[in-house]
Design a protein around this ligand. Structure first.
Ligand code: ZN
Ligand code: ZN
Length: 271
């Protein structure tokens, strides 16, 4: 049987991500920061499934965002939400920039501050709900070589090579916005579709489940997670825990192509 072309966002996605972040934080030099992001994912999980039918229109975002800020304010993540109030105009302007960023617009910058981070989390929540409500329709499958999410059109934050359920060894890219996964053959660059051999670069002796897939045709890279090396590896959590790999690959001359809505551009210490 042919593997599924795409997989909808999993139930429990945000909670699993929070647990993974906490697990990684235990031995990580930036553990406090990873735990702060875990609190954001906890709030996303708390609200996931409570939104009802949504279309993804930006007019729906203020309600989602207010609920996320409220949830954070009432829990362990209250420091993240403290003192943050955005006017509707500011919220809409920032959301449009962040959506352009996940759609790989080269002129759009990613999260710049804590307000952007919370908004990025709200956008993920909204669009994950949209993706869950989208019926599986082969017409929406990605065209070969067009590496965009079949549900929302964003690009991936990372790829994951699966191990089970008839999908062992297959690579799926995971959407940076709605967490839909779509199948992408492993022999080709997921950025430029070049059939030239891609190379894998990892951190020597550490975090073997995460490799940067570098391409000498487009000089870009995307991280790939190997679930056979760690069955709990998560595209967002493990990406955040391996930023040192980005530095190494960047020094080797490759540019990061993958957006991440829960990472402030200037680096984690700004959270
Ligand atoms: Zn998507
Ligand atoms: Zn390429």
């Amino acid at each position: 049987m042919a593997p599924p072309t795409w997989l909808p966002p999993r139930a429990g996605l945000f909670g699993e991500r929070a647990a993974r972040l906490r697990h990684l934080a235990a031995t990580h030099p930036m553990g406090a920061w990873l735990r702060a992001v875990a609190q954001l994912c906890d709030a996303q999980q708390h609200l996931d499934g409570t939104l009802g039918p949504v279309s993804g229109a930006l007019s729906e975002l203020p309600v989602v965002h207010a609920a996320l800020v409220q949830t954070l304010s009432e829990g362990e993540g209250r420091a993240l939400a403290q003192g943050l109030t955005l006017s509707l105009d500011a919220l809409s302007e920032r959301a449009q920039r962040l959506l352009a960023y996940t759609h790989a617009d080269p002129d759009a910058s990613g999260p710049q501050d804590r307000a952007d981070l919370l908004l990025g989390a709200s956008l993920q929540l909204l669009f994950t709900a949209v993706a869950r409500g989208t019926p599986v329709n082969p017409v929406q499958s990605p065209v070969p070589g067009e590496q965009r999410c079949p549900c929302c059109g964003s690009v991936a934050h990372a790829g994951v090579v699966l191990t089970a359920d008839g999908k062992a060894g297959l690579r799926y890219l995971e959407c940076s916005l709605c967490a839909t996964r779509w199948h992408a053959v492993r022999a080709r660059c997921s950025l430029c579709d070049s059939p030239r051999e891609v190379e894998y670069r990892g951190l020597e002796g550490a975090h073997p489940s995460v490799q940067a897939e570098t391409c000498d045709a487009c000089h870009g890279y995307v991280k790939t997670l190997f679930r056979d090396k760690d069955p709990h590896a998560d595209p967002l959590a493990d990406d955040l825990a391996t930023l040192v790999l980005d530095v190494l690959v960047g020094e080797a001359g490759y540019g990061r192509a993958a957006p991440c809505l829960l990472l402030i551009s200037g680096g984690p210490t700004q959270v």
